[in-house]
Design a protein around this ligand. Sequence first.
Ligand SMILES: C[S@@+](CC[C@H](N)C(=O)[O-])C[C@H]1O[C@@H](n2cnc3c(N)ncnc32)[C@H](O)[C@@H]1O
Length: 403
Amino acid sequence: MSKRNDAFFKEKKPWSIVKDELLACYFKPYVTKILTTHKPLVYVDGFAGKGKFEDGNNGSPLIALDIVNECVSATSVISSSITAYFIDLNYADDLHKNLPQQNRVIIISGAYEDTIENILSQKEGCNIFLYIDPYGIKALQHSLFKTFAKRAFNSIELLINLNSFGFIREACHVLGKDYAKDMENDFFDDLVEYDTTEFDTSAKSIEELSAIAGGDYWIKIINEYKSGKYNGYEAEKIFADQYYKKLQESYQYVLNMPLRIKQGQRPKYRMVHATNHPDGCILMADNICTRWESWQNIQKDRQPGLFEEDHEENIIDSDRIKKDLCTLLPSFTKETQINIFLAEFFSKYGPYCKSGIINGVIKGMEQNTEVVIRRNPSKTPTGKPSGFLSFDNEKQAYIRSAT
Ligand SMILES: C[S@@+](CC[C@H](N)C(=O)[O-])C[C@H]1O[C@@H](n2cnc3c(N)ncnc32)[C@H](O)[C@@H]1O
């Protein structure tokens, strides 16, 4: 498959719809909130595509721009400054045709990895949102993500389409293992975005894969997979877990969001959300849970299940949430803002249910004096004890372990 992959833009496929919904549903509350920081927002779509699919559907650039325009007209913040950069190696001309001519829109013809540092230079003090949606894995240089985290931006968030299965397939190729053999026959068939890049068995390819992964930990995973310790799906999951841990060295909250578009189907790729802001992490965790519920609901052949399941097909019940809370709480001996605690929870255990459900379990534990919550204000306007579990300018809840 060539890097141009023109067929991709003929018709918008379910995987692209799912990804764009995830972006859109997060981006609107994100922009609304970020405008209240009174600091400029710099949005970068690093692999923008054509802007529009040939079947008339909007691509990620138009989806983001519609949201930006909507938020700017709705906000009461006067000094709202938003610049949106759209980079594409092949389709800058299409972007010029398909995107509105606005001062805030900047189209760049070139490679993300060659242009991004220049775009982000002199953006200190700004809020940065990077949407990274490549076909394959080759352009995902970990060192760039690490560098951005160290810059003095007001905030930075990354939403990355991580083709972890593609990574494992290439890694097997490099280390001499036939990966696809133990995958379901049609596994890669509808992964139209897959870019079969040219990794070979050379030391250079090993270096390139380590640069993408942010280390050489993947070699051990592939060698253990080769020795039969686990199957291809397990190898991918272990790789993804370690990839997230690597990113957590630079970003405080990293969410692992495996995407399936049908119940019972294995995830085919993962979206990664990285931020240093607890509210951003919680917003994205709630967003993926809402998206997952609606994707389940639109499946025509869906049989109602007895239990609610998360996107990794684990059963969600309050016992599981409580068990995870009890494991996490002992490290919170000092009072901590509730939003920071929740973001740590999602970052550690994954966004497997909405924050409201976790709050319900925390309240039960509070009643059993298994956890201590302090609220400011401690009383409601009518003099009753406050029960909120949120943290903002008006209301602040703090949590700590009971022991
Ligand atoms: C999966 S598509 C993006 C689709 C887009 N997010 C949308 O919703 O319409 C990947 C795009 O990356 C572009 N591309 C490939 N390599 C690139 C690179 N190194 N830098 C920037 N763009 C690249 C391709 O031309 C293609 O348009």
